[in-house]
Design a protein around this ligand. Structure first.
Ligand code: 0A1
Ligand code: ZN
Length: 861
C-alpha cells in the first residue's frame, strides 16, 4: 500500500448484524439552502431498544450545535469522529437537536445533498443521508419525517420533499415549504429538490377511488418530452392494482428529473428522482430503446413504493429483496405491454452478457452477499437481474396462483417494516405445499450452474429417460458448491416438432433421472423453456439446435437454439481464423437466417431479435483464452457474408418494413423499425452503405437516425466525419442526444476508434463531472471489445487514466468503470500483464477511495 493512502474500510459482515440500539419515531428537518453553506437543523425523537450508547452516522458535516431535551451539550458529552457522533450517557427516551453546516456546491460524489444545473437535489440510497445530518443511517430505523425547506425564491422557486405539502409561505426574498410524510421510512428514502423547474401535471384515480395528483418536474423547455413518462406512470399504477392488488398510498406523486445522477433513478417515497435519460423522450430525440427504458424505469421506481418503501430491507445485505423483486415486477409489466417472448429474449441476452460474465470472474458474489467493503459497489446485475431470476424461479416452482398468494402474505406480514430474504421465503413457503428450502442456496452461492444431460429411449418399454446433472464452478471464497434447486420447464417434441409432453421438472440433486412413459419414438427434448433458470445448458448437438431453432413451440427456446447454434459455428470459425484459414459461412446458419427473414412478417419483433448474431462479449465468454481481434473479424465476416448472400432478401425486408411514421412509437412501429434496421445492418456490412447514408440524412426519428449513424461510423472516411459533424451541429444543445454522439463513436469498429476516443476525452463537451457523459464515452468504449483490448494496451491506459482522475471526485462511478478490467485473466499473457499493471497502478494511488480499492483489489485477488 502506498504511503498516504487512506486505510481501506473494514469489511461489513452479514453475520455481525445487530438490531439498532435506538429507534427514531419522528424526525423534523429544517433546511436553509445555500450552495456554499446549507444549514440543517434536525430534531430526532429517540427511543431505546437495547443497552448501549447512541451512535449516529455523519460524514462531511460541520457540527454547529447540539441539544438534548432542549439543553445545549458541551464537547465533553459526545465524541465526534470523521464518520460518527457518539453520546454515551443518554436517557431511554429523549429529543436530540443538532445543527450542521454542509456545502452542496463542492459535493461532486452526487451522494447526499448536491447541486446539478442550478438546483439542489439529493441522493440518499444507500448511505447519503449521513452526509446531510447526524442520524442512525441504516434501513431498519424507520421514522416519520416533517421537512421544511427555505431558499431564495428567484433561484429555487420549486421546493419539494416526500409526502404531502402541508404549508408554504414567503419571507422577503425567501420562500419556504413544509412537507410531511405520514408513512414511516428509512433515511435512504428521504429526498428534497429545490430548483427552477416546471411541472407537467396529471392525475390518477386509484381502484378505491382516491385521486392522486401527479407531477413530473423538469427544466423549462423539456415539458414537451414528458408525455411518455406520464403515460408510463399511470399505466404502471393501474397495472400494479390489476396484477398485485397494490394501490398508491399518498395523495401526491412527484418525479423530478436531474441531469447529474449516478444511477438511473431513485424510489424516494412520493418523490422519485430521475436521471433525465429515463424521463425525457420524443421520437425526434429518443430511440425506441430509450422509450422502453423510460417506461421500464418509471414502472420500476413506482413499483418500489410497495416493494422497497412500504416493505423495506433490514440491512444492505438484503438489497436484492427489494431490487430483485422490483426488477421481476418491471419485467412482468413490460412483458404485458409488448411481446412477452421478445421481452424475455432481450432480458436473457443482457443477463448472459453481463451477469453471467461477472459470475464467472473475480467479482462474483451471491445474490445476498455475506460481506462488503463498500455497499455502493453492490448495485450489480447479480443483485438486480439474477435476483429477479430467483423471484421468477419461485413462481415457476409454485405456479402463478400460489405466487400471487405468497406476494399478498409477504406484503401483509411485512408492511411498514424492514424485512429479510427469509421473510420473503417464509411468505412463499406459506403459499405452497412444495418444500422450497433449497431455493435459499440461490441467495447464498455465487456462480452460474452448468447443466448437462444424457438420454435413452427404450422402444420396447416405450419409455424415455432423461438424466440431468448440475455442476457449479468455484467462485471467490466458495470453493465447493451445494446443488441448487433448479426448475426445468421442458417439452418433448416428436419428429414433426409437436409437443408430446410438457412439464416442469425440479432438479435438486447433483444428478437426477426422469422417466417418461408412452414415448414410442425417440423425442427431442426442449429444456429450460422461457429460460426457467439462470443456468448454462451444455451438450446440445448442432443437429438438435437446428431442429429446435426451426420447430420448438417455445419461442424463447427457438431463439436460443439459433443463438447457441450461431455461437458454435462462430467459435469454430474463430479457431479456423486463428489457424490462418479463410472464413467460410456455415450453411446451417445461412439457412436459419434465410428462414427467419422470409418469415419475418409473422412476428417482426421476434425476427429482429433472431437476426442478431451473438455479441462479441458472448463469444468471448465461451473461449478459454479470449482473442478479441479474431472474434471481431469472424463476426463481421459472417455479417458480411450473410448480407452479400441474402442481399435481395434484406433489400426486400428493408422496403417492406420501412413504411411507419417517424412519430409512431406503437409496438408495431417499434418492431418494424427493428427489423428494417437489422436489415440495414447486414446490407451495410456487405458494403451497401448508400442506404445508411440516405437514412441518416432523411431521419426525423432518432431510432432510424442512430441506426444509420452506427453503420456510417464503421467507415473511416469523410462520409463518417461529415455525418458526425452534422449530427453534432444539430444536437449540441441537447445533452442526452449529445451522449449518443459520444457513445456511437466509442462503440465503432473503425480502425481509428481508440485515437478518436482519446481525442474526445479532450472535447469541450466532455465532462468528467457528468456521469451520463462518462458512461457515454468511457463506459461505451470499455464495452467495445476489440478496441478496448487493443494489443498495445492504450485502451487500458485510457480507462485507468480516467479512473485515476474520477476517483477524486466521484468514486462510485470510478469503481464501476474499474470492473471493465475484472476479466483480465481470461486474455493472453500480453494483455493480462497490461491490464494487471493498470489495476496495480490504480491500487497504488494515494488516497484511493474505498470504492475503487474494493473493485481493483478484488479484481487482482
Ligand atoms: N434504488 C435505485 C437505485 C439507486 C441506487 C443507488 C443510487 O445512488 C447511489 C441511486 C439509485 C433503483 O433501484 O432504481
Ligand atoms: Zn430498484
Amino acid at each position: 500500500m502506498a504511503d498516504g493512502q487512506i486505510s481501506p474500510r473494514k469489511a461489513i459482515n452479514l453475520a455481525d448484524y445487530t438490531p439498532p440500539v435506538f429507534l427514531v419515531d419522528e424526525v423534523a428537518l429544517d433546511f436553509t439552502l445555500d450552495p456554499a453553506a446549507t444549514i440543517v437543523r434536525a430534531t430526532l425523537n429517540l427511543r431505546r431498544q437495547a443497552p448501549g450508547p447512541l451512535a449516529l452516522d455523519g460524514r462531511d458535516l460541520e457540527l454547529l450545535s447540539i441539544k438534548l431535551n432542549g439543553e445545549a451539550l458541551g464537547g465533553n458529552r459526545y465524541v465526534l469522529t470523521e464518520s460518527s457522533l457518539t453520546l454515551d450517557d443518554v436517557p431511554d427516551v429523549f429529543t436530540l437537536e443538532t445543527e450542521v453546516k454542509i456545502i452542496p456546491e463542492t459535493n461532486t460524489e452526487l451522494s447526499g445533498l448536491y447541486m446539478s444545473g442550478t438546483g439542489f437535489f439529493t441522493q440518499c440510497e444507500p448511505e447519503g443521508f449521513r452526509k446531510i445530518t447526524f442520524f442512525p443511517d441504516r434501513p431498519d430505523v424507520m421514522a416519520r419525517y416533517k421537512v421544511t425547506l427555505r431558499a431564495d425564491q428567484s433561484k429555487y422557486p420549486v421546493l419539494l420533499s416526500n409526502g404531502n405539502n402541508t404549508a408554504s409561505g414567503a419571507a422577503g426574498t425567501q420562500i419556504w415549504a413544509t412537507w410531511e410524510d405520514p408513512h414511516p421510512k428509512p433515511s435512504y428514502l428521504f429526498a428534497l429538490v429545490a430548483a427552477d423547474l416546471v411541472a407537467v401535471k396529471d392525475s390518477f384515480t386509484t381502484a378505491s377511488g382516491r385521486e392522486v395528483a401527479l407531477g413530473i418536474w423538469v427544466a423549462a423547455g423539456d415539458e414537451t418530452r414528458c408525455g411518455h413518462a406520464m403515460y408510463a406512470l399511470k399505466n404502471a399504477m393501474k397495472w400494479d392494482e390489476d396484477t398485485f392488488g397494490l394501490e398508491y398510498d399518498l395523495d401526491i406523486f412527484n418525479i423530478a428529473a436531474v441531469s447529474d445522477f449516478n444511477a438511473g433513478a431513485m424510489e424516494n417515497k412520493g418523490l422519485n428522482i430521475f436521471n433525465t435519460a429515463y424521463v425525457l423522450a420524443s421520437p425526434a430525440t429518443a430511440t425506441d430503446a430509450d422509450f422502453q427504458g423510460v417506461e421500464r424505469v418509471i414502472a420500476h421506481e413506482y413499483f418500489h413504493n410497495w416493494t422497497g418503501d412500504r416493505v423495506t430491507c433490514r440491512d444492505w445485505f438484503q438489497l436484492s429483496l427489494k431490487e430483485g423483486l422490483t426488477v421481476f415486477r418491471d419485467q412482468e409489466y413490460m412483458a404485458d405491454q409488448f411481446s412477452a417472448a421478445v421481452k424475455r429474449i432481450s432480458d436473457v441476452r443482457s443477463l448472459r452478457a453481463t451477469q453471467f460474465r461477472d459470475d464467472a470472474g473475480p467479482l462474483a458474489h451471491p445474490v445476498r452477499p455475506a460481506s462488503y467493503l463498500e455497499i455502493n459497489n453492490f448495485y450489480t446485475t447479480t443483485i438486480y437481474e439474477k435476483g429477479a431470476e430467483v423471484v421468477r424461479m419461485y413462481r415457476t416452482l409454485i405456479g402463478r396462483e400460489a405466487f400471487r398468494k405468497g406476494m399478498d402474505i409477504y406484503i401483509a406480514e411485512n408492511d411498514n417494516s424492514a424485512a429479510t430474504v427469509e421473510d420473503f421465503f417464509a411468505a412463499m413457503q406459506a403459499a405452497t405445499a412444495i418444500d422450497l428450502k433449497q431455493i435459499m442456496r440461490w441467495y447464498e452461492q455465487a456462480g452460474t450452474p452448468e447443466v448437462s444431460f444424457d438420454e435413452s429411449h427404450d422402444p420396447a418399454a416405450q419409455t424415455y429417460t432423461l438424466t440431468l446433472r448440475q455442476h457449479t464452478a468455484p467462485t471467490p471464497g466458495q470453493p465447493v458448491k451445494q446443488p441448487f434447486m433448479i426448475p426445468v420447464a421442458m417439452g418433448l417434441l416428436d419428429a414433426t416438432g409437436r409437443d408430446i409432453h410438457t412439464e416442469t421438472l425440479i432438479l435438486a440433486q447433483p444428478e437426477q433421472s426422469f422417466t417418461f412413459h408412452n414415448i414410442s419414438e425417440p423425442p427431442t427434448p426442449s429444456l429450460f423453456r422461457n429460460f426457467s433458470a439462470p443456468v448454462k445448458l451444455q451438450g446440445q448437438s448442432r443437429q438438435r439446435l437446428a431442429f429446435l431453432a426451426a420447430k420448438d413451440t417455445d419461442l424463447f427456446n427457438r431463439w436460443d437454439a439459433m443463438q447457441q447454434y450461431a455461437t458454435l459455428v462462430l467459435l469454430d470459425a474463430v479457431k479456423a481464423h486463428q489457424a490462418g484459414q479463410a472464413f467460410a459461412l456455415d450453411a446451417g446458419l445461412l439457412e436459419a437466417v434465410t428462414a427467419t427473414l422470409r418469415d419475418a412478417a409473422r412476428d417482426p419483433a421476434f425476427a429482429a431479435e433472431a437476426l442478431l448474431l451473438p455479441a462479441e462479449t458472448l463469444l468471448a465468454d465461451a473461449m478459454s483464452i479470449v482473442d478479441p481481434d479474431a472474434i471481431r473479424f469472424v463476426r463481421e465476416a459472417a455479417r458480411k457474408a450473410l448480407g452479400e448472400t441474402l442481399r435481395e432478401d434484406f433489400f426486400a425486408a428493408y422496403a417492406q418494413f420501412a413504411a411507419v411514421a417517424a412519430s409512431d412509437v406503437s409496438g408495431h412501429a417499434i418492431a418494424s423499425r427493428a427489423l428494417k434496421n437489422a436489415a440495414l445492418g447486414y446490407l451495410s456490412a456487405a458494403g451497401d452503405t448508400t442506404l445508411a447514408g440516405a437514412q441518416f440524412l432523411s431521419g426525423e426519428n432518432m431510432t432510424d437516425t442512430l441506426a444509420a449513424l452506427v453503420n456510417v461510423a464503421e467507415l473511416a472516411d469523410e462520409r463518417r466525419d461529415d455525418a458526425f459533424a452534422s449530427f453534432y451541429d444539430q444536437w449540441r444543445a441537447n445533452a442526452l442526444v449529445l451522449d449518443k454522439w459520444f457513445s456511437v463513436q466509442a462503440r465503432a469498429g473503425a480502425p481509428d476508434t481508440l485515437a478518436r476516443v482519446q481525442a474526445l476525452t479532450k472535447h469541450k463537451d466532455f465532462d468528467l463531472r457528468n456521469p451520463n457523459r462518462v458512461r457515454a464515452l468511457i463506459g461505451a468504449f470499455a464495452a467495445n471489445p476489440s478496441k478496448f483490448h487493443e494489443a498495445s494496451g492504450a485502451g487500458y491506459q485510457l480507462l485507468a487514466d480516467t479512473i485515476f482522475t474520477l476517483d477524486e471526485t466521484n468514486p462510485q462511478i470510478a469503481a464501476r468503470l474499474t470492473t471493465a478490467m475484472g476479466s483480465w485473466r481470461r486474455y493472453d499473457t500480453a494483455r493480462q500483464s497490461l491490464m494487471k499493471a493498470q489495476l496495480e497502478r490504480i491500487l497504488a494511488k494515494e488516497k484511493l477511495s474505498p470504492n475503487t480499492y474494493e473493485m481493483a483489489s478484488k479484481a487482482l485477488a
